[in-house]
Design a protein around this ligand. Structure first.
Ligand code: ADP
Ligand code: MG
Length: 270
């Protein structure tokens, strides 16, 4: 696939070097190195509690590492002002916390809050994000009344409306049906193809294999592997990481790896 990002959309490199993060005496991230460049979609996976959300928070500049650095375009992420940071990176949190009865359109418009006001551009960005995420029909609904999957799509629409160069997405597809999983990953892919950077926490490794350029695996706060999915996602490595037998089989149509718990007599491709 040819990727020719428009110059204005190209994301500055986001780089974590030697990042450790602790809460009290508990080490949650240990010496993590990860670089995300423009045009890249990186899937971040690993067992529950491995530190994926914490790493996303550190990359976003929301959590301060106790050792190591996170730089965005060469500048320490903590030295970047709130407005500039909002232009540079959008964050989709794992939980969609909106307790007030805002409408869906209000929630998506919140993605524009830290940007310079431009009513016409704001309206266009909100409408485009709603349409892209198949949530236009929900625009007037109260956000708390939505289903889990609808909330997830609206929250993703909010991050799209922000039009930031870097998208940090924590389990964007966890609550979604098959069609909407593909829709959301297709949109994330398109953002990357246009020169943005995307880091998406995913549990579904087949989705990662289909849409990501690289897979980063976290285990117990350490980056245990990072590279092209076909190289990193081996049955042995994943079985060890998840402490459960994992099968990796080729998709009969695309040949891409399909990754699932090993059950019965499946043939493992390594
Ligand atoms: P993941 O997203 O990979 O499931 P998290 O990054 O949310 O994992 O959390 C990693 C580990 O750190 C978990 O064991 C979690 O309980 C712990 N943790 C995260 N934040 C805190 C905190 N503020 N205080 C104590 N423990 C925390
Ligand atoms: Mg998490």
């Amino acid at each position: 696939m040819t990727r020719r990002p428009a110059p204005s959309a190209v994301a500055p490199p986001l780089q974590a070097r030697g990042v450790s993060y602790s809460v009290g005496a508990t080490a949650i991230l240990r010496d993590v190195d990860l670089r995300v460049g423009p045009g890249e979609l990186i899937a971040l996976a690993g067992p529950n509690g491995a530190g994926k959300s914490t790493l996303l928070g550190v990359l976003a500049g929301d959590l301060r590492p106790c050792a190591g650095t996170v730089t965005l375009g060469g500048t320490a992420v903590h030295g970047i002002g709130v407005r500039e940071l909002a232009r540079l990176r959008a964050v989709l949190l794992q939980e969609n916390r909106v307790s007030f009865p805002f409408t869906v359109a209000d929630v998506v418009r919140m993605g524009r809050a830290a940007l310079e006001e431009d009513p016409a551009a704001d309206d266009a960005a909100v409408a485009a994000a709603l349409a892209a995420t198949d949530t236009l029909h929900l625009a007037g609904r109260r956000f708390p009344s939505l289903s889990g999957g609808e909330k997830a799509r609206v929250s993703f629409a909010r991050t799209l409306a922000q039009d930031a160069a870097i998208l940090l997405l924590d389990e964007p597809t966890a609550a979604l049906d098959i069609r909407h999983q593909e829709l959301v990953m297709g949109l994330a892919r398109r953002c990357a193809d246009r020169g943005k950077s995307v880091v998406a926490v995913l549990h579904d490794l087949s989705l990662a294999a289909a849409w990501a350029d690289r897979l980063a695996l976290l285990g117990d706060g350490r980056l245990v592997a990072a590279g092209p999915v076909a190289e990193v996602a081996t049955a042995d490595a994943l079985s060890e990481l998840y402490e459960h037998p994992v099968a990796v089989v080729p998709d009969p149509v695309t040949g891409l790896p399909v990754i699932m718990p090993r059950r019965g007599a499946l043939t493992c491709v390594r």
